[in-house]
Design a protein around this ligand. Sequence first.
Ligand code: PLP
Length: 280
Amino acid sequence: SATSDDAPSRPRVLSVAGTDPTGGAGIQADLKAFCAHGAYGMAVTTALVAQNTHGVRSVHVPGPGFLREQLDAVSDDVHVDAVKIGMVADAANGRTIASWLDALVAERARTGAPRPWVVLDPVMVATSGHRLLDEGAEDAVRDLATRADVVTPNLPELGVLTRRPAATTWDDALAQAAAYARASGAGVLLKGGHLTGGASPDALVVPVADDVRVTTFDAERVDTPHTHGTGCSLSAALAALRPRRASWEDAARDAKAWLTGALRAGAALRVGSGRGPVDH
Ligand code: PLP
């Protein structure tokens, strides 16, 4: 029988994010991605989102008090190996997640336990154009991002994080990511999916001493309209993989390869009549 000295059979991974009742994005996608990578999935809800494959209808935010109760209910009981943070929704939620993470990291330091791995997907605007982050809440996300090991912005989100116009070329994006990694100390998994053209590169830019180390993951562009939940699923896969990989590079390479397959397989799903989900 299992004792507390045994290594766990699966990494315990927590998503802190918004919902998608059609299962393509948000917490529902994260849990499927965790499962696909053999992790034990948990989820704390920042916002309830009435949405489908056509777009977002409305957002309900239970608020920072109840968010903190959910977060504490998990961490008071379960040893969390990795955290994926997605839709934060507003500044008060962002500050709540930051202070919970600070308390968790301090407790781990006190007991000599390892810190949780932290991935932040700086979700701001849905592809349909609906805002998933309040205007004026960008500072709270920038602040929260300083606690992440890796952030996973698309090009417009990287522009917001760095207070620059969104990069329109891959080289500009890499330069922004490098500047951000050096300044913040967080790694950047940069997603090239918003670029036009035949390829869909991703790159992991991690700070090392006074410089950065860049690893590029090339992939053929999957030509499909069914990309709903792509970013959620990639960041969740990264968080689920990291506890069992030797480096962020190894985790990112495997997450990206898995996502390419999930995008291909999504073409055969028949979920909704809009922009359908990737197949986890
Ligand atoms: N809904 C939620 C709750 C999300 O967290 C996200 C993005 O990360 C989306 C929707 C975005 O979905 P889409 O792929 O349609 O832009």
